[in-house]
Write a protein that binds this ligand. Structure first.
Ligand SMILES: [Zn+2]
Ligand SMILES: [Zn+2]
Length: 411
């Protein structure tokens, strides 16, 4: 077995890993866009011969989860190379594409959790792992009598974090681990659990009549947390139209949507009433009409999921007198606050009845204590990716090897 980090030994996001067997079977794990730079650059074809240009040289591509820094470039992959994506991650990816008008590769192959996929002499098995993207997975790759674990992005502090221990037991010993190290720079930080965050959210919900939430719609754990708190504190839970489409499409009864919970509604903003095509509205808007009545705002006790593009619609709510004692919970990575649209939105929002902006977030990436658990797999080589400080992994795990991009690692 040979492993190569084609991209991402010293950056967060945009990591691409290659695995080759002695018989020449070649696969790629993750093919996402860089997190830095403007949108156009991020989406450009990286021109990798045999993967995105020229004649096919790879047997398959495997995607760990639906975040764009892992899946964002799959549109560029040559048509005759199969791309394996976990079915729920594919739904998330497709829907995001529809709502943002970005290119979508519809032709993907299903990769079901815990079901091995055989590619010539290579076996790839996806295991569920806790992360801020729904149904993320780790990948176990076996060939030539060797075993490699690619962690993807992971954590242990989410609603299903307690499954991690058993998953590691199930995987057993491996020869090599390729692991993310996003949080390595935060030495003493122990991630707050989603359950603990829920307790803090309760206090906030009790203090304000209207709670606006700025979070990633695809962070389903967080959505469940805020839904539970809204229910407990007697508030109506109102999803933006993208979130309602997402929660409905995932077909998981544990995820609140306007049709499986009485206190969940959809917020159809004027943006979706006017600008979009008839076809779009028929498919993604009209079905929520019955669940978008204004009466849901009238008692003024609601929790509303918002996007930074929705300021105009928030102003309309304010003018209709539906906002009197409101706060905004900022529930995303702090770094996004620097983005011009977010910055402007946060500066403007307090003019419209929002008294306080409150940070309430916990990381989607493993803290040091969690990464340390990987020592149980007794890997002879551990390669850090998805980090700006790869050398710090040595402080946490045994047998860490620092590699350069495209350096061949023999296993
Ligand atoms: Zn990532
Ligand atoms: Zn991720």
């Amino acid at each position: 077995m040979e492993v190569q980090i084609i991209k991402g030994t010293k950056q967060i996001g945009g990591c691409v890993t290659e695995v080759v067997s002695s018989k020449g079977t070649k696969i790629i794990i993750d093919f996402g866009s860089d997190l830095e730079g403007d949108n156009q650059i991020k989406k450009e074809n990286p021109n990798i011969v045999g993967l995105t240009t020229g004649i096919k040289q790879y047997d398959a591509v495997f995607i760990t989860h639906s975040h764009s820094d892992h899946i964002g470039l799959i549109d560029h992959i040559l048509d005759d190379i199969p791309v394996y994506v976990e079915p729920m991650s594919k739904i998330v990816y497709k829907l995001l594409g529809v709502f943002t008008y970005q290119g979508i590769r519809f032709k993907t192959n299903d990769m079901k959790l815990n079901k091995s996929i055989v590619i010539n002499d290579m076996v790839v098995t996806p295991y569920f792992v806790d992360h801020s993207a729904y149904n993320s997975c780790m990948l176990l790759i076996e060939c030539d009598g060797k075993r490699m674990l690619h962690t993807g992005d992971f954590r242990c502090n989410g609603l299903r974090g307690n499954e991690f221990d058993n998953t590691l037991k199930e995987i057993g010993s491996v020869d090599i681990i390729v692991t993310e190290g996003t949080s390595l720079s935060r030495e003493d930080v122990v991630n707050e659990t989603e359950e603990h965050l829920m307790e803090r959210a309760k206090e906030i919900f009790n203090k304000y009549n209207q709670v606006f939430i700025l979070q990633s719609s695809t962070n389903i754990d967080r959505l469940k947390v805020f839904y539970n708190v809204a229910t407990e504190t007697g508030k109506t839970f109102i999803e933006d139209i993208f979130t309602s489409n997402l929660t409905l499409s995932l077909k998981d009864e544990s995820i609140p949507n306007p049709f499986n919970r009485d206190n969940v509604y959809t917020w159809i903003t004027s943006k979706y009433g006017k600008d979009k095509s008839q076809r779009f509205k028929q498919k993604y808007v009209y079905k929520f009409k019955e669940r978008s009545k204004q009466k849901s705002y009238k008692d003024k006790k609601y929790c509303l999921l918002i996007k930074t593009s929705m300021l105009e619609s928030i102003i309309k709510l304010y003018n209709k007198n539906f906002i009197d004692n409101a706060c905004l919970i900022y529930s995303m990575w702090d770094g996004y606050k620097k983005e011009p649209e977010t910055k402007k939105f946060l500066e403007e929002i307090n003019k419209y009845g929002v008294k306080d902006i409150i940070d309430l977030h916990t990381s989607g990436h493993a803290d040091r204590k969690t990464i340390k658990l990987l020592n149980r797999l007794h890997a002879k080589k551990v390669i850090p990716i998805h980090t700006t400080e790869p050398e710090k992994l040595k402080e946490v795990l045994d047998n860490v090897v620092l590699v350069k991009e495209k350096e061949v690692i023999q296993v």
